[in-house]
Design a protein around this ligand. Structure first.
Ligand code: SAM
Length: 235
């Protein structure tokens, strides 16, 4: 078994060179999650519920075992990782990376020192701060819509290299509605880039060498409700 992952950078986020779309997403989440107004409180409440809403689906789809080394890309407030780690009685440290300083600051602040280590780093999915086959399961929850096609290809390729054979990727994202106006509202509201169909997602995953792709169902209890979700393995 390989060593637990070691971040290649400082993890502080200093010196990150972000694309224009990443800078936009970072500014959006830092402003939204960091303020004290009602809208920000609502945002924090929604992302705080992610553990309750999604951890069960993640554990099942990823076949999570206590000895698995787990990474979430775009980990937000980190609640999916925290809840999953607790529910599977994890024996390995978990890692989350996110562009947003506010998300990471709050995720770190809520850590329970009595639990196995959980590390939250300010980092970009496009410049993963890890090297080698150092994870068994990687999760992308509602982050795919922030990536252009070339960016998503790069992220999927990096995740494949971090996983190695036998590893599992789990991802879900909002499913596009048949009405363009609703999709545009979702993208505008979240400052994101693109909602993809199942066919588009599957072909991007296959192109980057993922096989055994399994669709599964995972629901979001608030708008826009509908998700596309897949697990898969690097060949
Ligand atoms: C909708 S939130 C989802 C948070 C968490 N995964 C959850 O389901 O609760 C999307 C998160 O992805 C992060 N993000 C977007 N683009 C990213 C990128 N290129 N690299 C790292 N994080 C990114 C955002 O900062 C934000 O925290």
């Amino acid at each position: 078994m390989e060593q637990p992952p070691q971040p290649a950078g400082s993890g502080s986020g200093n010196g990150l060179r972000l694309s224009e779309s990443e800078t936009r997403a970072q500014a959006f989440y830092d402003r939204w999650i960091g303020k004290g107004d009602l809208f920000s409180q609502l945002g924090r409440a929604v992302f705080s519920l992610s553990g309750t809403v999604y951890a069960g689906g993640f554990i099942r789809a990823g076949g999570l075992r206590p000895e698995d080394r787990v990474l979430e890309v775009g980990s937000g407030l980190g609640k999916i990782l925290t809840a999953s780690q607790r529910r599977v009685c994890a024996k390995q440290p978990y890692f989350g990376i996110d562009l947003s300083y506010e998300m990471v600051r709050r995720a770190r602040r809520d850590l329970d020192p009595r639990r196995p280590p959980l590390h939250f780093l300010v980092a970009s999915a496009l410049q993963m701060p890890f090297r080698g086959h150092c994870f068994d399961v990687v999760l992308l929850s509602h982050v795919v819509k922030y990536l252009t096609d070339p960016q998503l290809r790069l992220v999927l390729a990096q995740v494949r290299d971090l996983l190695g054979p036998g590893g599992r990727i789990v991802l879900w994202e909002f499913r596009p509605y048949p009405w363009g106006a609703i999709n545009r509202t979702i993208l505008r509201g979240s400052r994101s880039h693109k909602l993809r169909s199942a066919t588009e997602l599957v072909s991007l995953l296959q192109e980057q060498g993922y096989r055994n792709l399994q669709p599964f169902s995972i629901h979001t209890p608030w708008p826009p409700f509908r998700n596309l979700a897949f697990s898969g393995q690097p060949e």
